[in-house]
Ligand binder design. Structure first.
Ligand code: GLP
Length: 244
């Protein structure tokens, strides 16, 4: 879906999420959301906060699972995705703290595998993700699933691509400070979601969006696996869709 502006696209996704939350409230059921960080979903989160504050949209039945976190990463660090999510969404809505899940960047190395296994299990126990929100990285990554990630991959510790570390350099005041690793949900974890929205704005994303949407399905562009997803909508503005 191509929108005139990123704001229009973000409002569209926010309305879809709000509608599902309300449906689930009526059914007395949880609504399970997979969430992303980065600049792409920030307007979406601002819109959801507005819906809570102005229209009384409640998030009490919402469970969230974030895609990824740098490793290692303390939760209060400037670059932490825990901090990002608090600032952009969680501190401004009524979601119960126990419903929020974000990969733990402080976990001991020997416990990472078990943490990742139980992250998947928690999602499955809630009946799976109703909606997964995604951005896309310059390498074609979703979450931190870099080129080479398999279609069946699950939550795990990964090594970041050098291109991704360079793109994150300004947040870390130099690429040498960007962690080399991250914990990310896998391509397979994402593919299990009922509905996926991948959001991308601006000319800088046009070339990777072309590869993801119209290029061959390949682990060299992990987002291209979404071509096989049963219900994935790519949310674009004029500039990010200009290569299609
Ligand atoms: C990071 C995140 C991704 C995100 C990507 C793009 O690598 N781990 O989940 O999609 O950045 O970020 P942006 O939305 O700022 O372009």
């Amino acid at each position: 879906k191509i929108f005139n502006t990123s704001e229009d696209g973000s409002v569209h996704v926010a309305r879809e999420i709000a509608a599902l939350i309300k449906t689930r409230q009526k059914e007395n059921k949880p609504c399970v959301l997979g969430l992303a960080t980065g600049s792409s979903p920030t307007r979406l989160y601002a819109e959801l906060v507005k819906m809570h504050q102005k229209d009384g949209l409640s998030f009490k039945n919402v469970y969230t699972f974030n895609l990824d976190e740098y490793y290692p990463m303390p939760p209060d660090a400037l670059q932490s995705y825990v901090r990002f999510m608090r600032e952009h969404l969680f501190d401004h809505i009524d979601i119960p703290k126990k419903n929020i899940h974000i990969p733990d960047g402080t976990i001991a190395k020997e416990d990472v595998a078990e943490f990742c296994r139980s992250y998947e299990e928690k999602i499955d126990k809630l009946g799976g993700l109703d909606i997964q929100i995604l951005g896309i990285g310059r390498t074609g990554h979703i979450g931190f699933n870099e080129p080479g990630s398999s279609e069946k991959s699950l939550t795990r510790l990964v090594t970041l691509d050098q291109v991704t570390r360079i793109d994150a350099a300004s947040d870390f005041f130099g690429d040498e400070n960007v962690p080399r690793k991250a914990i990310t949900m896998g391509v397979g974890s994402i593919m299990k979601a009922n509905k996926v929205y991948m959001m991308a704005w601006g000319e800088g994303k046009a070339s990777v969006i072309f590869k993801a949407v119209e290029g061959p399905i390949s682990d060299q562009i992990p987002s291209s696996f979404l071509q096989k997803h049963r219900d994935c909508t790519v949310i674009l503005d004029d500039a990010s869709s200009s290569g299609l």
